[in-house]
Design a protein around this ligand. Structure first.
Ligand SMILES: [Zn+2]
Length: 316
């Protein structure tokens, strides 16, 4: 069994959106706090402080002019990057650390230091567009990771699974032109950001959008996502699996209407780990996206890491 990484960066806490903003620093602080209540898992994980992504690495997915505009906004003391997205004087360091943690996780999966990893990062990334921030996101952490895995490590086929309750419109926009990146997003419909219809399959039929109504039985979401994974990997064996782990798909999240419980996060994670073992030696890199009930998000992160590390969940 390969090691499982827990990758974060203290700078992710320096993206100061204010406590009134749903994407506040308390979200990420809750994760190590919850992890300490699980000493068996805590000691089993490989703990790593990620690095900062470089401008060139961000440019794998973003326009250089946009990257520099964010840098300039931060240097000027911050402000609104768009209607929903606030930037503070620590946001450049936070956002480059968020992307950099994912890149480190890819490196660790490839050199064997950690076959699988969970990156506890913020700001999230899956709404960020090539030249525009959106929906609390500055840079497309997971999309950058997919391009990096191909350019740095020569991987060909990447599978991205996004179970955040919102459509991963940014990730789709940043990867859909690459036929060998298959992107699956399951999301609430109709809901923010309004994109992600099932008929939107991307220019190479390499996108699987799974729009779902709110308040269905949790198994309906699990089954739908598994079905999409089956379809996206028919005749396509991924070299690496990336997960956009948005825990706003859990029941009770203030920004979503899905009904997943921790057991479903465990089920979906274990399913992907087992598939990844058949496909690509078990390599899985997961990164936090949304999730706006901090304690719940932290419990889900622990459950997710247990499943990544194949350490049985403790009886309640
Ligand atoms: Zn979300």
């Amino acid at each position: 069994m390969g090691a499982t990484g827990f990758i974060s960066h203290s700078d992710c806490g320096r993206h100061d959106t204010g406590w009134g903003h749903p994407e506040h620093v308390g979200r990420i602080r809750a994760i190590p706090k919850a992890l300490r209540e699980h000493p068996d898992l805590f000691h089993a994980l490989t703990h790593a402080e990620g690095r900062h992504a470089t401008v060139d690495e961000l440019a794998l997915a973003h326009d250089p002019s946009y990257i520099h505009a964010i840098q300039a906004l931060v240097r000027g003391g911050g402000g609104q990057a768009d209607a929903d997205t606030v930037v503070s004087d620590g946001s450049w360091d936070a956002a480059t650390a968020g992307a950099g943690c994912v890149l480190d996780a890819v490196d660790m999966a490839m050199d064997g230091r950690a076959l699988r990893s969970f990156c506890a990062v913020r700001p999230p990334g899956h709404h960020a567009l090539r030249d525009r921030s959106m929906g609390f996101c500055l840079f497309g952490n997971v999309a950058i990771g997919a391009h990096y895995a191909r350019s740095k490590h020569g991987l060909e086929r990447i599978l991205i699974v996004d179970w955040d309750v919102h459509h991963g419109n940014g990730t789709q926009a940043l990867v859909e032109h690459e036929a060998d990146i298959h992107f699956i997003s399951m999301h609430q419909w109709p809901w923010y950001p309004g994109t992600g219809a099932a008929a939107d399959r991307g220019p190479h039929d390499n996108v699987w959008n799974v729009p779902m109504r709110a308040n269905l039985a949790a198994t309906a979401y699990v089954d739908a996502l598994r079905h999409a994974i089956d379809s996206a990997t028919e005749g396509f064996v991924p070299d690496l699996v990336l997960i956009s782990a948005g825990f706003d798909s859990l029941k009770g999240d203030p920004l979503g209407g899905f009904t997943l419980e921790l057991e479903h996060i465990q089920l979906l994670t274990t399913d992907l780990v087992e598939r990844a073992k058949r496909w690509c030696g078990g390599r899985v890199v997961s990164a936090l996206e949304g999730g706006y009930a901090p304690e719940r998000l932290a419990q889900a992160s622990v459950t997710h890491m247990r499943a990544l590390a194949e350490i049985a969940t403790l009886a309640p």
